[in-house]
Design a protein around this ligand. Sequence first.
Ligand SMILES: Nc1ncnc2c1ncn2[C@@H]1O[C@H](COP(=O)(O)OP(=O)(O)OP(=O)(O)O)[C@@H](O)[C@H]1O
Ligand SMILES: [Mg+2]
Length: 377
Amino acid sequence: MDGIDVSAVDLRLTDGTVELTPLGHRAVGYPAALREALLTALPPNGCTAGELCRLDTEVGQAFATAAGEALTDLAGGRADLIASLGQTIYHWVDGSRCLGTLQLGQPAWIAEYTGLPVIADLRVRDVAAGGHGAPLAAMLDQLWLSGATEPVAALNIGGIANITVVGPDAPTLAFDTGPGNALLDTAARMVSDGVWQQDVDGELAAQGTVRADLLATLLADTYYVKQPPKSTGKEHFHADYLRAALEGVPHVPAVDLLATLVELTACTIAQACRGRGVGKVVASGGGVRNPVLMAALRRCLDPVPVVTSDELGLPTDAKEAYLAALLGFLTWSGIPADAAGATGAAGPRLLGSITPGKGPLHLPDPVTTAVTRLRVC
Ligand SMILES: Nc1ncnc2c1ncn2[C@@H]1O[C@H](COP(=O)(O)OP(=O)(O)OP(=O)(O)O)[C@@H](O)[C@H]1O
Ligand SMILES: [Mg+2]
């Protein structure tokens, strides 16, 4: 919810290998009022149907502008299609199942503004097939990281942190480990009365001490011991959740709160990797920019090395935007884009809904050969 990540990508399929050439990426902040309205609509607050309609429209319009500018600046004004993961506003999990998921950013605005077909609503088909619809990174990570002699975990630290474990001997598994930056950002807003949106560079956390009592309270959440596939969201890890945890312990100074939440994120990620034979972690997402979080993560995972996705050719800030492009390309090519079973779906599924561009849809003939690898080149 910090903004819109846009990328332009050239994608080709040759002999079962997807060749992905990044053409460029950028982050476009949401207009301040829209961001504030999105944050306000999050649980535990909720919002009316009228507000939801307004948010869906305004996010769609913001996506349209961002896509149109990227089309001109990054893709020379030419593209076949646009793929949009949307802005998650609610991810409905009950027990071990995901029952629904809602992403805002009405694709008609993007199609109208750019004239291009738009593939959106990529998550919900996986949910309809019994999966969690998240994390959808499994397909990219599996194609990109398979072939190693020991399991590799691709980690994305967004609001929620998620890993994909790709191994030589076991099927790919993708699940949310718990909070990434969500509680850190919530705490930053809480301790500054809404002035700070984040603890920039972990400056507060670096001055604090981990409070064992608060950490124990937070770690008692049963989400962490659930077996994957599993997913979660900001409807679980929100401001009231944090307030309830704080009420159960003596006063926690701001710097100690941030330090404890850094530790919570780092140790729950490490715990999720443990026991799965992970030999390397490839990290991406905004959390990689927080040096205090990265130091804690390296300590908790030691001796397992943590590298960033940059080192393997995909920029940490834009991996999810490149993922959206890949999912759109696969869908357009008639290829199921949910790595079979990784999120719990009954089998491989074609994802997404397609909104036509200026003219009628002309989809390419569906690809029938198996897609087995992804090469960033
Ligand atoms: N310099 C920094 N210091 C501390 N935290 C940072 C820094 N830069 C980015 N972040 C964190 O990264 C977050 C943005 O990361 P990202 O865009 O990957 O996630 P998101 O958009 O919130 O989540 P999602 O991908 O789950 O929708 C910020 O909200 C902030 O918490
Ligand atoms: Mg973001």
